[in-house]
Design a protein. Sequence first.
Length: 338
Amino acid sequence: MSGNEPPSLPAILGVGSVPSRLGSVPGPNGLLVPAMIHAQGAAASFAWEEWTCGVIRNPHTRRAYSRAVTEFFRWLEPHGVQLDAITPGMVGRYLAQHPGSAPTRKLALAALRACFDVLVLRHVLILNPAAAVRGERYQVVEGKTPEASVTQLRNLLASIGTETVLGKRDKAVIATLVYTAARAGAVARLRRKDLIFDGRQWLLRFDHEKNGKSREIPVRFDLQTFLLDYAEAAGVLAGAGDRPLFQTVNGLTGGLTGSPVSGIDVNRLVKRRLAGAGLPTRLSPHSFRVAVITDLLSQGVPLEDVQYLAGHSDPRTTRLYDRRRQAVSRNIVERISV
């Protein structure tokens, strides 16, 4: 494909990534469609395109769900089962032999229910065979992300020198992660126009976060210092509004390239700086969110305020980041008299 040629529909939607070995064939608009769906006719293929391209908006969910459903159809193929002959028992037996973890099996069941719902809506199927299948009980009371301590975060920031534009950028990125509790991807997507002075204070606007949220977070003074120091050295403040705020650095010249960092870039620079500071590299940008949420809740900040800062739709999600229970549990076990 030439540089001027527009990307294909599958490339734009991110739904053409399910490999053909999983029983998929080219369908409408070049999209990969499970062979069992394709064999059912045009209405089924239309419903598949509607589900993957119209109903599911998040690209990560789209890939995970389409793969989960395609793998189920692939499991059925050797038995010669047609789409309209799938029963709840088949879905149950598939989940029973599924080698994945409990969360993976729950995702597979959710994907099958959602896909069959659209097929029923489009009159391809009479009933949803996954609707009656019960998922296994799996409750997460605390997240698995390793927590960074306040001392570790202070040491990390203090370890980053600002003699070069690379150091200024990395310090500004990590400080933004810490002092806004934002996700790595959200920080990577920041543009010059998202760093705002409203006449009283500087703000960071996070648009198009997870689940389409948009928030404005006040910039505390030390973060303001790091951001403006970097932005001035990088010439970002004088640039166009859609210019990336945090840019990649040319490894040969040490200068900025003008291209935005990605979420993966942010994770890599965090790992590099953790190693340079002698801190555990098992920590990640998400560990910073855990530390900030736990710290604020420990200070008695209301849960709903912390929830807004973290950008969570449900307070139960915020509670998963709260590691105060670990301290309580340690206090209890230390009192055992054995």
